[in-house]
Design a protein around this ligand. Sequence first.
Ligand code: PNS
Length: 162
Amino acid sequence: MNSVIYPGSFDPITNGHLDLIERASKIFDKVYVATAMNDEKKPLFSTNERVELLKEVCAHLDNIEVINFDGLLVDIVSRLDVSAVLRGLRAVTDFEFELQMALMNRQLNKKCETIFMAPSPQYSFVSSTIIKEIARHDGDISKYAPAKVLSALNDKKKEGRL
Ligand code: PNS
């Protein structure tokens, strides 16, 4: 089986992430969407909340499995025995960091290959960070995040946590 792991913080998932997941689901037999716990990044959404949002937003795709992981990505890559790591490249500015990660991951595990896919250009400027900032100031992000995410961000705002 040709499987791939798409790791990320997904704090929260955006339409750009979803675009990449949908493209990957057409190419691979199985796509693991893996949320890194990343507590040091102080995420807005807890790991459980991020996993739940991912599950709800990806519910229409039957070859997606949402998981979370702590520790090194290469360890989960070995454990799941996936063919590759998938990462999105939105623009050249992503390239330097992504190349560094891909090469370091292959140093740590020589079988760990990374493949890159480009999202639809309409999402090339979308990031979780920007989505949160616009939502904080009551801007319209409805084109850039799934409806479930919009309501989860509204809830955070009401709680005074955004
Ligand atoms: O969505 P992000 O924040 O760009 O995702 C980054 C992520 C989670 C893929 C990266 O930080 C990661 O792989 N973290 C797990 C720890 C690890 O293996 N770090 C070494 C990477 S070379």
